[in-house]
Ligand binder design. Structure first.
Ligand code: ADP
Length: 341
């Protein structure tokens, strides 16, 4: 009887809710197709240290609803810079007889995956595990929907207290260079203004924009305000001072521009956005993508990453995926603008 095909999965880089659901989907799909499946601890670090263990169907029980990743994740900069580290990783995979690897992570993890494919000669399939939604080849990444829901939940709570006191909340959300968490949570939470890095404005232009939005909103009788800013706006070159607290203080000091007294507060939602039980949408996305990854490895395909485009699961070359430039959904931004009038 021929040996069973062996594949492995690792999670790498920043964690995202839904990674566990993806691990479960890969393991259970692989077992369904009579493969052996291994879990690698702590991303590329575990590959280097040979922390690779076979997983059973039971090992991935009771994780579908949990945030984080049962395999752990880590950052190993030497994987990018030291060929000897990478060779050790490839040797460890080969020593276990592993022919295929699923890498769940963001763009950095994908760059590593590409090396495993082209340098290590082991078939690799990427799964987009990142809350940031910053991979251009896919409409959604695993964890994005959960992060948006966490933001909306936080903003709902802020809204209660802002409404009671007639205050303005300036809310900083994650996403690195991508404004999708801000746009989606801003629309879902009914924000007056949404600041994203894809729209290039100086800090003064952003402040003008916020003032105009608040004036409009107060003029129709609203007593409080919600401003959502993507962290990438603050991280933009020369705008390091442009934090949620800075904007709030500026509004307080320049109330006359808004036309009424403003009591504004900055709020950074922070790392809670990375945690929590994944939403149904993220779990289903993980299930569909995990199954697809196993299908591709069964067909001896590699160097691909799985995505979802117009609700269809697709596979794209990792090289191509990494070179694609993300386009911001202009209509969503216009819609936010229309609805906040
Ligand atoms: P993410 O995958 O969430 O973007 P990182 O950028 O931190 O997270 O990348 C995760 C890991 O992927 C890094 O610690 C490193 O081991 C590997 N990696 C990142 N960039 C590269 C690269 N250019 N080449 C090879 N490996 C990389």
């Amino acid at each position: 009887m021929a040996d069973k095909k062996k594949i492995a999965i690792l999670t790498s880089g920043g964690d995202a809710p839904g990674m566990n659901a993806a691990i479960r989907a890969v393991v259970r799909s692989a077992l369904y197709f009579d493969m052996e499946v291994f879990g690698v601890r702590d991303g590329y670090l575990g590959l280097m240290q040979d922390e690779i263990e076979q997983l059973s169907a039971g090992d991935v029980g009771d994780i579908i609803h949990r945030g984080g990743t049962m395999l752990g994740t880590a950052r190993l900069p030497e994987f990018a810079t030291d060929p000897a580290v990478r060779q050790k990783c490839y040797e460890n995979l080969r020593a276990h007889g592993i022919e295929g690897l699923v890498v769940c992570g963001g763009d950095g993890s994908y760059r590593g995956a590409n090396l495993v494919q082209h340098e290590g000669g082991i078939n690799v399939i990427g799964l987009p595990g990142t809350i940031d939604n910053d991979l251009a080849y896919t409409d959604y990444t695993i964890g994005f929907d959960t992060a948006v829901n966490t933001c909306v939940d936080s903003i709902n709570k802020l809204r209660d207290t802002m409404a009671s006191h007639g205050r303005v909340s300036v809310v900083d959300v994650m996403g690195r260079g991508c404004g999708d968490i801000a746009v989606h949570s801003g629309i879902a939470a009914g924000a007056e203004a949404i600041l994203i890095p894809e729209i290039k404005k100086t800090d003064n232009q952003w402040l003008d924009y916020i003032v105009q939005k608040l004036r409009t909103s107060f003029a129709r009788g609203k007593k409080y305000g919600i401003i959502v800013m993507a962290e990438g706006v603050y991280a933009a070159p020369k705008m390091h001072h442009f934090t949620a607290d800075y904007i709030a203080s500026w509004l307080n000091a320049n109330s006359e521009t808004v036309g009424r007294r403003v009591d504004a507060r900055g709020c950074v939602i922070g790392h809670v956005q990375r945690g929590g039980s994944p939403t149904a949408s993220d779990r289903i996305l993980s299930a569909r993508m995990g199954e697809k990854a196993v299908d591709l490895l069964r067909e001896n395909q590699g160097g691909l990453c799985v995505g979802v485009v117009k609700n269809r699961i697709v596979a794209v070359e990792i090289d191509k995926a990494l070179s694609m430039k993300r386009r911001v959904d202009k209509h969503l931004i216009e819609l936010a603008d229309i609805l906040a009038r």
